[in-house]
Design a protein around this ligand. Structure first.
Ligand SMILES: [Zn+2]
Length: 489
């Protein structure tokens, strides 16, 4: 008898699922009607190529920075974008960061800001010859623009400039002020001493509060699984994970190794590592994951929708699966990574103050103080010292109902009707946008470049390059985004 009830229950469940999947609709997004504009992608590629040729490499503590390379890039931007040079006020702050202000019609509206960084990472020593074309040649082969910064992020910088220049050429004037804020040391400085921080301080001193900020972030990713989904994913970074290195020092007796006890201080160290790795942070299913899944689900096939519309049932399982995949785990919890250790200074000396250094990446919701509490709670030895380095709290999430987020949705929908899912996500690394939290609540990180996933691995690596075909769409995106966000309505 019981199996009949079970069968009936199952039949109802399947029926409900099939009906729900049939009525599962994507979020309603009004597509922007993309304005006709002539953009010569080869010209954009040439401009990017030229920008790549300036060796704007940032260095830790500015030691050995070739400032003249930044000056040359500044001059190049002035010459290449004469309307921007004419119609904006430009300031150089903190040695080489730039603030352009394009005045809007209505000074009462909060300004918007477009961000980019002008610096790049160097080529790793010994890998120079692995490059098919020199990292600073800016080689164009008809299909790609090659070189350091082609993806991170001179592409973004140049396309923003192209967009603004072309809007100015059409006589467009924004309702609100548009700031273009370009930092010069994003790759090396994530502290309050960066160019981005100086830009933020400068704006703050003037009483500027920004409506929104758009900076680098994930690009357009192709999602294709036969029979389930075939769409682009525009993942917009709405929050950044935190960062902190902690040096944890233990105490032990020390002494001569010739009369060593069974366990030295390194045994304690090993136990401490074990305690931390065994007691991982609790995982949390943050709301952005629901939005992400819904956005993707809206673009899935009927079969895909059957799976997606039942995902709340599988959520605990999904959460578990995420925690066992390293990349997934970083989405749902604070990551603990023991990366350095130190014993005694000599092989025949027992360690008295052995230490480990642990890199933590706090999830929004876990503060650095929470991390320290966690460490003290789980390491079995109570006589420990903890020092913090490079601490940066995780940011709160920017809302997804802001003018700026909606603009990304509707512009992407205009560019890829019915073929794009726009969703929030959590940024694992750091961006200049982090610093803007003081003067802005809507901080978005998104690079509108349609680039194959395989090319992303060339970022910060060998043979960094971007398809020329991705440049034109990015310029169109930035134009439409500026038109929409700068509008008073
Ligand atoms: Zn970057």
């Amino acid at each position: 008898m019981w199996w009949k009830i079970l069968l009936a229950f199952l039949a109802v469940f399947i029926l409900v699922t099939l009906i729900r999947a049939a009525f599962y609709k994507p979020k309603k997004i009004e597509a922007v009607k993309i304005k006709d504009v002539k953009i010569d992608e080869n010209k954009v590629a040439e401009h990017l190529s030229k920008a790549i040729q300036f060796k704007t490499i940032s260095k830790i503590r500015d030691e050995g920075v070739e400032w003249e390379e930044f000056e040359k890039l500044h001059k190049y931007l002035d010459e290449t974008y004469p309307l921007i040079a004419k119609n904006t006020t430009k300031e150089i702050v903190d040695k080489a960061s730039l603030i352009y202000r394009w005045e809007g019609k209505n000074p009462d509206l909060e300004p918007m800001a477009m961000l980019a960084h002008m610096d790049v990472v160097p080529v790793s020593e010994g890998t120079e010859d692995d490059w098919k074309h020199g990292a600073f040649e800016g080689h164009i082969d008809g299909e790609f623009v090659w070189g350091r910064g082609a993806l991170d992020m001179k592409n973004h910088l140049i396309c923003v400039m192209e967009a603004v220049e072309s809007l100015m050429a059409e006589g467009f004037q924004p309702d609100r002020d548009v700031y273009l804020c370009f930092g010069h040391n994003e790759e090396t400085v994530s502290t309050e001493f960066s160019g981005a921080s100086t830009i933020v301080r400068t704006l703050k001193e003037r009483g500027v509060r920004l409506d929104s900020v758009l900076d680098e972030g994930s690009a357009l990713i192709k999602l294709k699984v036969d029979g389930l989904i075939d769409t682009h994913l525009a993942a917009v970074g709405t929050a950044e994970k935190g960062y902190v290195d902690m040096k944890i020092t233990l105490h032990d007796k020390g002494g001569h190794t010739s009369a060593a006890p069974k366990h030295s201080g390194m045994w304690k160290l090993a136990n401490a590592v074990r305690d931390l790795e065994k007691n991982q942070f609790k995982s949390h299913w943050l709301p952005f994951l629901d939005e992400l899944i819904h956005a993707i689900g809206g673009r899935a096939t009927y079969l895909g929708k059957i799976l997606i519309c039942n995902y709340p049932i599988f959520k605990p399982l999904l959460k578990f699966i995420l925690t066992v995949i390293p990349q997934g785990a970083s989405m749902v919890r604070t990551i603990t990574s023991v990366s350095m250790c130190e014993g005694s200074p000599k092989a025949n000396v027992l360690p008295q103050r052995p230490s480990i250094t642990v890199n933590f990446r706090p999830l929004p919701g876990d503060s650095i103080a929470d991390v320290e509490k966690h460490v003290r709670k789980h390491i079995r030895y109570k006589d420990i010292e903890i020092e913090h380095f490079n601490g940066k709290e995780a940011t709160p999430f920017s809302p997804t109902n802001s003018r700026a987020f909606k603009a990304i949705e509707s512009v992407e929908e205009g560019l890829h009707p019915g073929k794009v899912a726009v969703a929030p996500y959590l940024v694992m690394g750091g961006t200049d946008a982090y610093r803007y939290g003081e003067i802005c609540d809507n901080i978005l990180r998104f690079a509108p470049f349609d680039v194959p996933l395989s090319l992303f691995f060339t970022t910060h690596a060998t043979n960094e390059r971007i398809p020329i075909s991705a440049l034109k769409e990015a310029v169109v995106f930035f134009r439409e985004y500026i038109i929409k966000v700068s509008d008073k309505n």
